[in-house]
Ligand binder design. Structure first.
Ligand SMILES: Cc1cc2nc3c(=O)[nH]c(=O)nc-3n(C[C@H](O)[C@H](O)[C@H](O)COP(=O)(O)O)c2cc1C
Length: 503
């Protein structure tokens, strides 16, 4: 065939193809037009057939466009890009120095500013974290090495490779791993890290046939040398007053076995422990678990008001300090979750920024500072957040989502759907392929080490030699008028605590 003829033939074929495609597109548009006009569910599509569909598409895509192109570094929620990037750089082992100047607007009310020492200790006296004992009166007290540890996320809410990578990373960094309320899986133990076993309201992993707390099961769990402490979960910040929710899609065979559920049956926990309806019953329950296991026992809850804590501390005064929980974990209302109803996630429970100073003040006022350790959580994922919490009165800080970021979480907000694109909160093997344990455990470790290292840098800068020596007077909080006021004046300790502890 001649070259000219051949070219004409190609052009003709292309033209025909084009006309054919236009025809198909018009036919599809016509079908969609009819569907949209007939349907009654969506007013926009009914009134604006076909075109109305773009609204839905753009709304979906907007989420991604905002994150990548439009949102400023400090804008997004729950975590902005600057917070996430810090975790990423720390996890990758890249230097965490930045250039030119801060992108943080330090005029925002509530911003904590650390008070630099006029004469900080010399470099050779750099601040170093000391281990701290929890539950000194128990048969097996726990000497906790790190100020920063992993908060509870159950195997079920998060995937097998996520638990495996966290377990190995926690071991490497010397931090504890909290199991969350889904029981103890072999993957928690795999890395050999210290484990805090959480007892949720459904008592997964330590319940008998009837769903009650079983002493025999408690002993079995306590027999693992890795299990160092037990945490009775009363509430978590994202959903106070509501029990754990494990969506049915996430309950596979193995998880069903560990929890005592049927495959595909949602794991809905009761909204409180049936056997603890007041502070005395709570202290009885704590005492029972401690007697049976011999290990420190604490509670996890959310600050809502002073009264419940005053009641608790009064009951301890009445019954004797031995009856006290060995630790209290305070979760902030800003805490995360695998799944929670929106009104609870948005509006119930105090922020850790307010509840921690309040509760640490009440604890100290009750003379229980050395007896009950305080653990704080709630968006404390960067060094400045952790240092603030220590200065406000926490003995330890834990994080869940900070560690999720170290595993590669992109804040897709799909933890409740079994479609997490990074494999962290899904049991779909297709997505789990992306989470390579061999690579991720190192990132987990580097993140925890990076936090501790930079909290020590802040401690050194304010002039103390151990991060827990930071006090409220070492932090100033920016006020609405732009001035900053020392945290010990914004959150004064109760009278007794002021006489016994330096501000
Ligand atoms: C996916 C996911 C699962 C969680 N599961 C539990 C749980 O089983 N028990 C619990 O007490 N808290 C659970 N939490 C709450 C965290 O332990 C933590 O208290 C809260 O997220 C605040 O810490 P963060 O802001 O560093 O994430 C979960 C959080 C997330 C994100």
């Amino acid at each position: 065939m001649e070259m000219v003829e051949w070219t004409a033939w190609v052009i003709e074929a292309l033209a025909l193809g084009f006309v054919f495609l236009i025809g198909i597109a018009m036919a599809v548009a016509l079908v969609l037009f009819v569907i949209d006009r007939i349907q009654t569910e969506d007013a926009i599509r009914r009134n604006y057939p076909v075109i109305g569909r773009f609204r839905h598409i753009f709304t979906e895509l907007g989420e991604f466009f905002r994150q990548y192109f439009f949102a400023m570094d400090r804008e997004e929620l729950p975590f902005n890009r600057a917070q996430r990037d810090w975790v990423k750089r720390a996890s990758d082992g890249k230097g965490n120095t930045v250039a030119f100047g801060s992108t943080r607007n330090i005029g925002v009310p509530g911003t904590p500013l650390f008070v630099n020492a006029a004469f900080p200790p010399l470099d050779q006296q750099a601040a170093k974290t000391e281990p701290l004992i929890i539950g000194p009166g128990t048969r097996e007290p726990y000497v906790a090495p790190s100020i920063f540890n992993l908060s509870g996320m159950s195997y079920g809410a998060i995937s097998k490779p996520a638990v495996q990578a966290l377990s190995r990373g926690c071991k490497e960094a010397g931090v504890w791993m909290n199991t969350g309320e889904g029981g103890l899986s072999p993957y928690h133990l795999e890395g050999g890290c210290d484990v805090v076993f959480q007892i949720g309201t459904a008592k997964f992993g330590v319940r008998d046939e009837a769903g009650n707390l079983s002493d025999a099961k408690l002993k079995e769990v306590a027999a693992h040398p890795e299990v160092k402490m037990f945490e009775l979960k009363l509430a978590q910040g994202a959903k106070p007053g509501k029990g754990g929710i494990l969506p049915a899609a996430k309950v596979n065979k193995e998880i069903a076995e560990i929890r005592g559920l049927n495959v595909g049956q949602a794991g809905i926990s009761p909204n409180r422990h049936a056997d603890a309806s007041n502070v005395d019953e709570l202290l009885d329950l704590i005492g029972r678990i401690r007697d049976v296991t011999g290990k420190p026992v604490g509670i996890k809850t959310v600050g809502g008001a002073e009264e419940p804590f005053l009641d608790l501390f009064e009951a301890i005064a009445r019954r004797g300090v031995d009856s006290a929980p060995d630790f209290i974990t305070i979760d902030g209302g800003e805490g995360g979750t695998g799944a929670a109803p929106m009104p609870l996630i948005d509006l119930v429970g105090m922020s850790i920024r307010e509840s921690l100073p309040m509760i640490s003040g009440l604890r100290d006022a009750a003379g229980l500072k050395g007896r009950i350790r305080l653990i704080a959580s709630g968006k404390l994922v960067n060094p400045g957040d952790v240092a603030w919490a220590l200065a406000a009165g926490a003995d330890f800080v834990t994080s869940a989502r900070g560690f999720m970021f170290s595993l590669g979480c992109i804040q897709a907000l799909k933890c409740n759907k079994n479609t997490c694109p990074t494999g962290i909160t899904t049991h779909d093997k297709r997505f789990q392929k992306g989470l390579v344990v061999e690579d991720k455990w190192r990132k987990v470790a580097r993140y925890a080490e990076g936090i501790v290292n930079e909290v020590e840098i802040i401690a050194h800068s304010v002039g103390v030699t151990e991060p827990r020596q930071m006090r409220r007077r070492h932090v100033r909080l920016v006020q609405a008028d732009g001035r900053s006021i020392s945290m010990h004046l914004v959150h004064p300790r109760p009278e007794y605590a002021r006489r016994t502890a330096a501000e």
